[in-house]
Design a protein around this ligand. Sequence first.
Ligand SMILES: *[C@@H]1O[C@H](CO)[C@@H](O)[C@H](O)[C@H]1NC(C)=O
Ligand SMILES: *[C@@H]1O[C@H](CO)[C@@H](O)[C@H](O)[C@H]1NC(C)=O
Ligand SMILES: *[C@@H]1O[C@H](CO)[C@@H](O)[C@H](O)[C@H]1NC(C)=O
Ligand SMILES: *[C@@H]1O[C@H](CO)[C@@H](O)[C@H](O)[C@H]1NC(C)=O
Ligand SMILES: *[C@@H]1O[C@H](CO)[C@@H](O)[C@H](O)[C@H]1NC(C)=O
Ligand SMILES: *[C@@H]1O[C@H](CO)[C@@H](O)[C@H](O)[C@H]1NC(C)=O
Ligand SMILES: *[C@@H]1O[C@H](CO)[C@@H](O)[C@H](O)[C@H]1NC(C)=O
Ligand SMILES: *[C@@H]1O[C@H](CO)[C@@H](O)[C@H](O)[C@H]1NC(C)=O
Ligand SMILES: *[C@@H]1O[C@H](CO)[C@@H](O)[C@H](O)[C@H]1NC(C)=O
Ligand SMILES: *[C@@H]1O[C@H](CO)[C@@H](O)[C@H](O)[C@H]1NC(C)=O
Ligand SMILES: *[C@@H]1O[C@H](CO)[C@@H](O)[C@H](O)[C@H]1NC(C)=O
Ligand SMILES: *[C@@H]1O[C@H](CO)[C@@H](O)[C@H](O)[C@H]1NC(C)=O
Length: 674
Amino acid sequence: MRFLLLALLGPALCMAACPYAGQEKSQATCPYARRAQAAAPDANANPHIPREITVPHAEGKKGVMLMNRINPSSMQLYIANADGTNERLLLGNQSVFEYHASFFPDSEHVAFTTERNGDGNSDLYMVHVNGSGLRPIATTPAVEDAVAISPDGKYAAYASTRDVYTSNIWLTNLETGSTRNLTNQTGITGNPYSPSGFFAPTWSPDGKHIVFSSDRNTGWTGHDNGTGWEHTQNLSIYSITPQGTDFRLVYSESALSFGSPKFSPDGKRIVFYEMTLQQTYDSRSSFGEDSLENQIVSVDFATGTDRRRETNSIGCKVYPQYVSNDNIAYLVKGGPNAGLHYTGSSHNVSGTFHSPSWSPDGKHVVYEKTGWTTRALQKRLFTWDDEWEYRFMDAFPDLSNDGKLVFTSKQTGTPGNASVSVMLPSGHKFNVPFGTFEVVPNPVPYASVSEGGAGCFQPSWSSDGKWITFGLGYWFQSRSSKPGWIYRTRSDGSYYEQLTFDSDNSGSNAGYPSYSPDGNQIVYRVFEPEFGLRLLNLDTNKTTTLTTERDNLPFFSPDGEWVLFTRNVTDFSSGQFSNYEVCIIRPNGTDYTRLTWSAANDAHAVWTADGRIMWSSGMWGFQAEAATYDDTFQPYGQIMIMNVDGSNKTVLTNSMWEDSMPRYVLNSDYYPSR
Ligand SMILES: *[C@@H]1O[C@H](CO)[C@@H](O)[C@H](O)[C@H]1NC(C)=O
Ligand SMILES: *[C@@H]1O[C@H](CO)[C@@H](O)[C@H](O)[C@H]1NC(C)=O
Ligand SMILES: *[C@@H]1O[C@H](CO)[C@@H](O)[C@H](O)[C@H]1NC(C)=O
Ligand SMILES: *[C@@H]1O[C@H](CO)[C@@H](O)[C@H](O)[C@H]1NC(C)=O
Ligand SMILES: *[C@@H]1O[C@H](CO)[C@@H](O)[C@H](O)[C@H]1NC(C)=O
Ligand SMILES: *[C@@H]1O[C@H](CO)[C@@H](O)[C@H](O)[C@H]1NC(C)=O
Ligand SMILES: *[C@@H]1O[C@H](CO)[C@@H](O)[C@H](O)[C@H]1NC(C)=O
Ligand SMILES: *[C@@H]1O[C@H](CO)[C@@H](O)[C@H](O)[C@H]1NC(C)=O
Ligand SMILES: *[C@@H]1O[C@H](CO)[C@@H](O)[C@H](O)[C@H]1NC(C)=O
Ligand SMILES: *[C@@H]1O[C@H](CO)[C@@H](O)[C@H](O)[C@H]1NC(C)=O
Ligand SMILES: *[C@@H]1O[C@H](CO)[C@@H](O)[C@H](O)[C@H]1NC(C)=O
Ligand SMILES: *[C@@H]1O[C@H](CO)[C@@H](O)[C@H](O)[C@H]1NC(C)=O
């Protein structure tokens, strides 16, 4: 989930990303918080597992891969006049989950991204503006997005992660369907230890050039000058021909990021948004986009000179587009000026729109509206693996040996109290053996919990199924300054106890516990001023130090031979910023081994029952321009799996969203009696 990556992040944090780097801003900004208002399954406070069986097992598969995803729960395309009047659903009752639309040169057709072939699988379709003639353009299991139709109406240029997981520019002939990439070539693809994404293609009016943004050969840099774990994006503007020749840099400035380029109707200039690297992070959070100020600029296409600043106002500005040679339309997302703006007019269209695109004749605009209700637990997702059916799950799912799921009810629940929740895989209902507000006096205030930054994180079963251990406290950025403690509860909710008391007086935040298979030990992590993994012996109540680095999310392997965890291996001197990697170590402190080596974040690793390791990796980079996301912090997170020695790393998801927190559940765990 969100966390994953975030989590990855290392330190405790993980999840949600919400609480960012040192700036605790206003609430309701966190995706969690937002979802929390949404409808949820019954939170049955009564500690017994509901009997009713409502969820089927995965027919014809080994079982289900539960996972979390952070993205809007609904996205629907609207078409309206450029002044905002006469708005209607573009696809009417054919709407499923659509976004990032653009007009054909004839102003009569629209191309767009849709997940109508499965939740998380971005494909391209087209339709007449009257809603007829819906048909596919590109539909692989990879991401296809940001489509732009050539001036002669014959080709679609778009961004796709096909074959290589990183985003490249691709071309599809709309008549023949023939498809090829333009940017996965020697001399264009970035070096393997840097981002190498190509995004947001657009055509010159004469059809001879395709211009796009790219973060090739830049660094993986955390926000807030590298102290945050989520990445900023350093984009420059490049050009290539539709034949894949004459690749060149059009515009770049070292301290700034430039994206979403578009040509002027006369083909002489290109316009794009300009923002600082930090703003590529701030602009994808609701708290950041409300207050940031960036501008729209244009340059001469042939020379990259004659830079003009086209706006001079407050607001987060994205999606600029010439609607005539002297009028540029753009979106202000968030803040007091939120809405559609035109440099040639003082008439603005106020409102919350996403990714607007104007018709070439300037008369119409198409955009999406989004919703953030919670997906139902066990909602089917697009499945990239033939052997497992993918389904949605809330945070930190862990399966007991007798087939019960425990999780942190972060997105579900009323209102997402981040309590310890237990359910059968086959049910929709869950009960709450331990509620976040059960301890009196309450160690974490309601406000921090509803913002998504506190509560019961990483519940983990004892192997006999009688106990669940978890961390109760503050997480994410506030782990540095606020407390967290290890607790355990009986799984029937009849009793709980606190296991760490800050007895060393160091004030370090303790969290993310996991039981050893023999039930005698709990491993957990502490953060600031002390760091590292600790082992609590439940027979003697003695605590020993396993590691002292910035480690997090430890898990005992099913055979008890290893502790899996995420380590912050950031080394500023070697130019690596905000780098988290998946590692293992023996419970006796020997055989420390780093299993992942990407310069991006790899984190939030968990064991599979057969002793392999699943985790979330950012190594494939952003799957779209960072600034165009809303309330998603690590949209580069893909779930992967590997052997315990780090071999056979295999990608299991390929969405443009933040995917994380996987857990395999065999069909026999859905229906043990069958
Ligand atoms: C969808 O909308 C069209 C046009 O408004 C209508 O003819 C059709 O019956 C609708 N289909 C369904 C399933 O509602
Ligand atoms: C939609 O437009 C197409 C193409 O112009 C036309 O053939 C069709 O009749 C139109 N459908 C409706 C319902 O207006
Ligand atoms: C992209 O195109 C080049 C040149 O045609 C080809 O060698 C390469 O394999 C293609 N890459 C992908 C990911 O298809
Ligand atoms: C492009 O893609 C192919 C996969 O088709 C990959 O094997 C190759 O190394 C890539 N080439 C370059 C130059 O990036
Ligand atoms: C990053 O560092 C620069 C220069 O030291 C400083 O001006 C800026 O405030 C810092 N930004 C953040 C978000 O910490
Ligand atoms: C990761 O480690 C580096 C170096 O110790 C530190 O500066 C940075 O703040 C850490 N990142 C996080 C998110 O804790
Ligand atoms: C951004 O990337 C460019 C390469 O495209 C590089 O020259 C520049 O130093 C980078 N800027 C920062 C702040 O890292
Ligand atoms: C429209 O937005 C611009 C730029 O944000 C602002 O200067 C102008 O006052 C707004 N016009 C109206 C009528 O609100
Ligand atoms: C969450 O906590 C609030 C405040 O204590 C309470 O009103 C609400 O019922 C709780 N919800 C759940 C599901 O525990
Ligand atoms: C360990 O601590 C628990 C309370 O947390 C106590 O009940 C138990 O007796 C202690 N065991 C030993 C061996 O001190
Ligand atoms: C640590 O555990 C490993 C694996 O069980 C064992 O081979 C090794 O001898 C142990 N080392 C020490 C110092 O206990
Ligand atoms: C590598 O992992 C994939 C995906 O789990 C699996 O299908 C394949 O059998 C594995 N291959 C080896 C050699 O382990």
